[in-house]
Design a protein around this ligand. Structure first.
Ligand code: SAH
Length: 218
């Protein structure tokens, strides 16, 4: 495996381990999630000029007006998605640079990720190939529609904020499955929706800040 920017000390395994320690201090408890974040090099998902900042708990620009989510929120969403149990098939809406998809690939059996901006998806594909993650499938499309042909999913993560819960995605959630998503515009809340035998159960988690979920492809 060729590791880009490997000469930079800031991108070493030790730096990554420190990032994971800080996430633990910020309240992430799921050791499976922390271990996954420890194995995925975040610096290969950002431009070389930003690589030295890749292990700070901040979001960073990835082009096309989009950002890579901060490591805390990636960890938190996956922790909630898992709910302490194993996950089979996951759908992510908003691949962006592909970092969260890579972390999910270490945790779920199968990962599907949909992105509306074609050139971003191309970059994500390259980074994921570099990591030789064989259980991730990327699709260019409008996440509002989900991915009917691959569903139903045990987990759905939306990495951009919608003003309302996308109905089509609720239909693609398997019974017993969970969807984690930010809802709102200027004020956003992270929510989890569980599909039970009786219907859907929604819980409010915490305040968050995401780019908006937009209709259509680009
Ligand atoms: N998962 C990324 C974060 C991506 S930011 C990470 O690992 O850091 C959110 C992404 O959602 C952006 O790339 C944006 O283009 C995408 N997005 C917004 N609306 C979308 C939609 N309707 N369908 C698919 N992707 C969408």
């Amino acid at each position: 495996m060729t590791v880009r920017h490997s000469g930079i000390g800031m991108t070493s395994q030790r730096t990554r381990a420190r990032m994971v320690e800080r996430l633990r201090e910020k309240g992430i408890k799921d050791e499976i999630v922390l271990a996954a974040l420890n194995t995925i090099p975040r610096h290969i998902f950002v431009d070389e000029a930003l690589a030295s900042r890749a292990y700070e708990d901040i979001s960073l620009p990835i082009g096309y007006g989009q950002t890579i989510s901060n490591p805390y929120i990636v960890a938190r969403m996956i922790e909630v998605l898992r709910g302490g149990g194993d996950i089979g098939k996951v759908l992510e809406i908003g691949t962006g640079c592909g970092y969260q998809a890579a972390v999910l690939a270490r945790i779920a059996r199968e990962v599907y990720s949909v992105e509306r901006i074609a050139p971003l998806l191309g970059k994500a594909r390259k980074s994921l190939r570099e990591l030789r993650l064989a259980n991730v499938r990327l699709k260019h499309g409008d996440g509002f529609l989900g991915l009917l042909e691959a569903g139903p999913f045990d987990g759905i993560i939306i990495a951009a904020a919608a003003t309302h819960v996308p109905t089509e995605l609720l239909h693609q959630l398997a019974p017993g499955g969970r969807m984690v998503l930010p809802i709102g515009s200027s004020e956003q809340r992270l929510r989890v929706i569980e599909r039970t035998a009786q219907g859907f159960r929604e819980s409010d988690l915490e305040q968050v800040k995401f780019v908006p979920l937009l209709q259509g492809v680009a």
